[in-house]
Design a protein. Structure first.
Length: 261
């Protein structure tokens, strides 16, 4: 499962998942282009990758700015010769834990608008170059909550939109040798902090007890009674991005194990 000689752009790379995936891609030989709005986190990650012999570049790019995304994608191709993997991990601003009938319009609409916009912009930029070169893979990530998840706010709605967009995109770009697919994953224990949970649901008290209760509840809700680890998520994405998965497109791989695919 090598990614040797592949150039991977990760949007929103400064978070926990972005860091885990970037390290995995680099360890498998990819040159990773780390983008986001906060340069210190990106530089720290790039330095860690370089210390282990990997190749990493940093650029401050707003994944909601189509001009900035288009220009960065073009610069990657000009510098590296190709854009082989594109992964969007830009935060959407989901609000959860509030009944739909009590949510504000702003809190419901924001993650849908943000999620659709950034995934469209980054996938479009990558696809244009990939179509020209006749190869490449566009990866997406959501929680699979479109299958029916109460108290999740707009998360299910944006997940459904992203699922549909990726599947439709795959049909259009497939004849050009380009793949589009994603994974469903939610509740990765290593990425949880009280601060992150409170940002999604400010009704949650930021305490170790709250963290333990939520993680236990997620484990119990899974079909396998086991939560996915960050290393497993990163390895799954690396496989899907590799030539070993050339026959897989237009679908979502279920790493969440909460909902049947």
């Amino acid at each position: 499962m090598s990614l040797e000689n592949k150039n991977a752009v990760i949007y929103g790379a400064g978070g926990s998942i972005g860091g885990g995936v970037a390290r995995e891609f680099a360890a498998r030989g990819a040159r990773v282009f780390l983008t986001g709005r906060h340069e210190p986190a990106l530089t720290k990650l790039a330095d860690e990758i370089k210390e282990t012999g990997g190749l990493a570049e940093v650029a401050v790019v707003d994944g909601l700015d189509e001009t900035a995304v288009d220009e960065h994608a073009a610069s990657v191709v000009a510098e590296a010769g190709s854009l082989d993997i594109s992964l969007n991990l830009v935060p959407r601003g989901d609000i959860q834990g509030i009944p739909l009938v009590e949510m504000t319009v702003e809190d419901y609409v924001r993650p849908i608008t943000t999620g659709v916009t950034t995934n469209f912009i980054t996938a479009r930029a990558a696809a244009r170059h990939m179509i020209t070169q006749g190869s490449g893979v566009i990866l997406a990530l959501d929680s699979g909550s479109a299958q029916g998840s109460p108290m999740m706010g707009a998360t299910g709605s944006i997940d459904a939109a992203l699922d549909t967009y990726i599947r439709n995109l795959a049909v259009e770009i497939g004849p050009h040798g380009v793949r589009a697919l994603g994974i469903w994953v939610a509740g990765i224990p290593e990425t949880f902090t009280p601060e992150k949970l409170s940002a999604v649901n400010n009704q949650l008290p930021a305490s170790p007890e709250m963290m333990e209760n939520i993680l236990d509840g997620l484990t119990e809700a899974r079909m396998t009674k086991r939560s996915p680890r960050l290393a497993e998520v990163a390895a799954t994405l690396a496989f899907l991005a590799s030539d070993d998965a050339m026959g897989i497109t237009g679908t979502f791989v279920n790493v969440t194990s909460m909902y049947p695919s």
